[in-house]
Design a protein around this ligand. Structure first.
Ligand SMILES: Nc1ncnc2c1ncn2[C@@H]1O[C@H](COP(=O)(O)OP(=O)(O)O)[C@@H](O)[C@H]1O
Ligand SMILES: [Mg+2]
Length: 249
């Protein structure tokens, strides 16, 4: 479905992503992990057209995407969330999601954009009533709103950036289950970025690990969790070591 070859992003003299290649098959959940600053969001920014790659190719369903504007990429069927939710706080939850729907597959129909918003809100478990305000949402609610906005665009491939950030253990489990349901019930292929391993490892089909902009490991969760290069990177902090140990069980 997605074939990425030799992807590079430089900011001035600094290489944020250096020569990364990978593919994602239809129906898969690919986990993309790596420490903070390893280039994960930069890869998403190139896949979604926010940044043009310095080099490399991104082919989605056989068509080259690099160089396309973000709204054209959304219309090809790639939706994304942002690591830091920045909703329009003066619009309702419903309006935020319906607005995202206009940028997706339903841009020519107000009624369809609203239907897609209702469906997306129901899937993530946010209120579908049209008056609910963004201000009432905590960290978990804002993450759900990010997912609902991405879903309302009608993606075939969903790019989920740090869906667990700021959540407690129970909320993390719920978020992981939600991503799995989005794949299982809606048939949406997913690339899921996190800097921690944690619950991601029990939901994804395959994992790819970045460090300093380079791919250092790739494979089944159990293989990656016991890869010495990955353990070395994740042993940097006690929390990471604990997660790596838990993921290996
Ligand atoms: N727009 C930008 N300009 C300059 N440097 C950037 C920009 N975006 C990201 N970077 C740098 O690229 C590196 C990778 O960042 P990022 O992809 O956001 O990492 P993460 O893996 O945490 O998502 C970091 O060192 C970051 O500071
Ligand atoms: Mg990031």
């Amino acid at each position: 479905m997605l074939v990425v070859e030799g992807l590079v992003k430089r900011f001035g003299g600094f290489t944020a992503v250096g020569n990364v290649s990978f593919r994602v098959d239809q129906g898969e959940i690919l986990g993309l992990i790596g420490p903070n600053g390893s280039g994960k969001s930069t890869i998403f920014n190139m896949l979604s057209g926010t940044f043009a790659p310095t080099a490399g190719s991104i082919r989605f369903e056989g068509h080259e995407l690099s160089g396309l504007a973000p709204h054209k990429i959304i219309n090809r069927g790639i939706g994304r969330t942002f690591q830091i939710p920045r909703p329009f706080r003066r619009l309702t939850i419903f309006e935020n999601v319906a607005l995202a729907g206009y940028y997706g597959q339903n841009r020519h129909s107000e009624a369809k954009a609203q239907e897609s918003a209702e469906r997306a809100l129901a899937i993530v478990g946010l209120p579908t009533d049209r008056k609910a305000l963004v201000d009432g949402l905590g960290a978990a609610g804002l993450k759900k709103l990010e997912l609902a906005k991405a879903l309302a665009t009608g993606p075939k491939l969903l790019l989920a950036d740090e869906s667990l950030g700021g959540l407690d253990d129970k909320e993390m489990d719920q978020a992981a289950d939600m991503l799995r349901r989005i794949r299982d019930e809606l048939g949406i292929t997913i690339i899921w970025v996190e800097h921690i391993m944690g619950v991601l490892m029990r939901v994804v089909d395959r994992v790819m690990v970045l460090d300093h902009g380079e791919k250092i490991s790739e494979g089944l969760p159990s293989q990656v969790a016991s890869d010495p290069r990955v353990i070395e990177v994740y042993l940097g902090t006690d929390a990471h070591a604990t997660q790596a140990a838990a993921a290996r069980k």
